[in-house]
Write a protein that binds this ligand. Structure first.
Ligand SMILES: [Zn+2]
Length: 201
């Protein structure tokens, strides 16, 4: 799925019917920041928004996912290709989820080992302090890598409107969480709640 191409296509189509980002966003009840993110190729429209978006832009979902107006002879071929890309995206997400868990486990083991060494083995104070600083750095790096992989692995589901969205890194890190849910503010309905992490659309 070529996000940059799709983004350019959304921008071109929107401009060709004289809509601003704001007007398009309002019609879909989302923020204009979201529209701008799509158009810059930094994210795909959520599946639940694809039909309303396409009807606003007078295109088909197949056009949208192909990043161009699809001619009738190519239609079937492109539709199949787009379906396969969506399935591969889900596979990628599962891989990221696994990588995130593995990174988390390695981080915990490394940090615990460093702290044990620093606390229980007799070492010069300066080396002890260095070890503690290193373990803090390893913990910070591990947590941010985990967070990055985890944010990219799929979507969060709003408990109020059931909309799917990808939170900003900042919101993600600040949100308190359990293993499968995280407290986030939904960009679609604006409500805050425990959002379930879903790998697939
Ligand atoms: Zn919502």
């Amino acid at each position: 799925m070529d996000q940059i191409r799709i983004g350019k296509f959304i921008a071109e189509t929107r401009k060709s019917i004289n809509l601003t980002q704001r007007q398009l966003a309002d019609a879909l009840s989302i923020s204009d920041k979201t529209v701008s993110k799509w158009e810059c190729g930094k994210g795909l429209p959520d599946v639940s928004l694809m039909l309303p978006l396409c009807s606003m832009l007078n295109i088909t979902v197949n056009d949208l996912l192909s990043g161009e107006k699809v001619s009738e002879t190519d239609y079937q071929k492109k539709a199949e290709g787009n379906m396969i890309s969506l399935m591969e995206e889900n596979k990628e997400n599962k891989k990221r989820m696994v990588q995130s868990v593995i990174t988390g486990i390695i981080t915990i083991i490394a940090v615990v080992a460093l702290i044990v060494i620093a606390s229980f083995i007799s070492l010069p104070t300066i080396i002890r302090i260095a070890l503690i600083i290193v373990s803090a750095a390893v913990a910070a790096a591990g947590i941010s890598v985990c967070a990055m992989l985890d944010i990219k692995a799929g979507y969060f589901e709003c408990p109020h409107c059931k909309g799917l969205f990808v939170p900003s890194t900042n919101d993600y890190i600040k949100g308190c969480h359990t293993f499968t849910k995280r407290r986030l503010t939904c960009p679609k309905c604006g409500k805050t709640g425990m959002c379930k992490h879903r790998i697939t659309r």
